[in-house]
Design a protein around this ligand. Sequence first.
Ligand SMILES: NC(=O)c1ccc[n+]([C@@H]2O[C@H](COP(=O)([O-])OP(=O)(O)OC[C@H]3O[C@@H](n4cnc5c(N)ncnc54)[C@H](O)[C@@H]3O)[C@@H](O)[C@H]2O)c1
Ligand SMILES: [Fe+2]
Length: 384
Amino acid sequence: MSPFQIPSTLLIGGGASQQLGPQLAGLGVRRVLVVTDEFMVSSGTVAAILDVLPADIEATVFSGVQPDPTTENVLAGLAVYREFAAEGLVAIGGGSPMDAAKAIAVLVKNSGPLAAYQGYHRIPGPGAPLVAIPTTAGTGSEVTKVAVITDTERDVKMMMLDRHLLPTVALVDYQLTLSMPPALTAHVGVDTLTHGIEAYVSRKAGGMTDPLALSCIRLTARHLPTAWAEPGNPEARAAMMLAACQGGMAFANASVALVHGMSRPLGAIFHVPHGLSNAVLLPAVTRFSLPGAVSRYAEIAREMALCPFSTSDEEAAAQLVPGLEELNRRLEVPRLRDCRGVTRERFDQLKRKMAEDALASGSPANNPVVPTAEDIVSLYEAAW
Ligand SMILES: NC(=O)c1ccc[n+]([C@@H]2O[C@H](COP(=O)([O-])OP(=O)(O)OC[C@H]3O[C@@H](n4cnc5c(N)ncnc54)[C@H](O)[C@@H]3O)[C@@H](O)[C@H]2O)c1
Ligand SMILES: [Fe+2]
């Protein structure tokens, strides 16, 4: 039986990020390390959030987190935390700064190394307090007990799942996502959809996660195309932020499955952004997995409004893969072969290693149809 775990405080709505001061005061944190990336600083987002902190809270900014953060990023942030004698952390950004901040928070109180915490429930004790403020919609990392950090020595994206990775507070403010350009909106939005779908078909799905997963799927299908076409649309952005948060709560407690298992090696080796690598894999992996959970996939097709609610399971499920392919076309998601940095030669050299790394992550074992390494190689080929 899997425990259902989420942060103890969640504020969601326009302007939620302005509540940082009272939330830090409530945690008794007076010196705080802000973990973010360069864009969040240059765009003025970090300053706008820190400007409203009361005078008795001091902050220092570490902006050295790269997309798909590495163990080096985490250790550099930890050094700044110690030098500043911080008492807690604030993460501002997408999944990358949030995951880096989670790993730093854990290493403040646990001796590490981080690689020892790869996998499930390996972290000995709680970390430093962390307030997560997402700016993409998104990974849902603000509400998950998951962090993904690339171990550059092994070229592996390490997935860590442990309750000690949960942020203490999540401030979920859709206004911070209005600046996302269409391609980023598409990639992170399909990541959200994949969280909902994988949580719903996972072998660890349950009564708490199912409604969150279905709501995430429904909201994404309805609002992602609008958020992509009209970046400044507040209704679509607010709906996608809610979907991302619900998707995070669902997948962290029900697990992701084969899409995420196969997506991480594409990120570790070819640096394909996480949401994009999910998007290119989602239709092919769904076609493969469908026979293992026809009625669940049919429910997903109905929630996505791909068919009337009265449609039979077989007919509804048959609409899903064409619907996902059409969504990718609409959002201008490329094929794997057209992703920057992916060459046919390296793909051929590494597809077997990628399949083995995917299996080793444990996520494919939650899939409705559990694949072999050969199946996974064929699925990478199908996405090519
Ligand atoms: N911990 C979890 O539960 C979880 C879940 C899914 C994915 N992830 C991880 O999260 C990472 C990906 O996170 P992500 O997809 O949010 O992207 P990201 O954090 O890597 O950011 C991608 C780019 O978008 C920019 N950006 C962020 N917010 C923006 C905004 N509002 N406007 C304009 N640009 C903005 C960033 O500066 C960066 O250049 C991956 O490493 C992935 O493995 C973690
Ligand atoms: Fe994801």
